[in-house]
Design a protein around this ligand. Structure first.
Ligand SMILES: [Cu+2]
Length: 153
């Protein structure tokens, strides 16, 4: 029991350090927190062309006006779109959206099963541990390129 108590503060230090290591990029009032992409294969050489990938992140808006993510771009894919996943009965569908609105003082999470950045026609494999660049354009805050870590969820 005593031993466990001695380990506890150490554990807390590790947990705090891990939290601080989360990648975060700020542009204007918008903060892009912990962007990541799902590991995926490009399926290069296969009929029908490249595979697809998805990227996810938390978008926070500290401003007093809402902003919109209006464009995403990356060198790793032929086409990059902003998508939303919806359920139609038991069927999961995803469709492109014009923008994702980030409310004033609020946040939106891009996550599996919800909003995501869709990487269509991958030009390279996305391997866990890799880092890719994705350029995000916000209506008010402008454009920034973030480093996105590839992970196996
Ligand atoms: Cu999609």
């Amino acid at each position: 029991m005593k031993k466990a108590l001695r380990i506890l503060p150490l554990l807390l230090v590790f947990i705090l350090a891990a939290c601080q290591a989360q990648a975060s990029t700020k542009i204007g009032d918008i903060e892009i927190v912990s962007p990541w992409a799902r590991a995926a294969t490009s399926m290069a050489g296969m009929e029908g062309g490249g595979g697809n990938g998805g990227a996810f992140m938390l978008l926070k808006n500290s401003g007093s006006t809402s902003d919109k993510l209006i464009r995403a771009a990356s060198d790793v894919a032929e086409t990059v779109e902003i998508h939303q996943t919806t359920m139609e009965g038991d069927v999961m569908r995803m469709s492109p959206v014009e923008f994702i609105e980030i409310p004033a003082g609020g946040e939106v999470e891009l996550k599996p099963g919800s909003y995501h950045v869709m990487l269509i026609g991958l030009k390279q494999d996305l391997k866990a541990g890799d880092t890719i660049n994705i350029t995000l354009t916000f209506e008010n805050a402008g454009e920034t390129t973030v480093k996105v870590e590839v992970r196996t969820p």
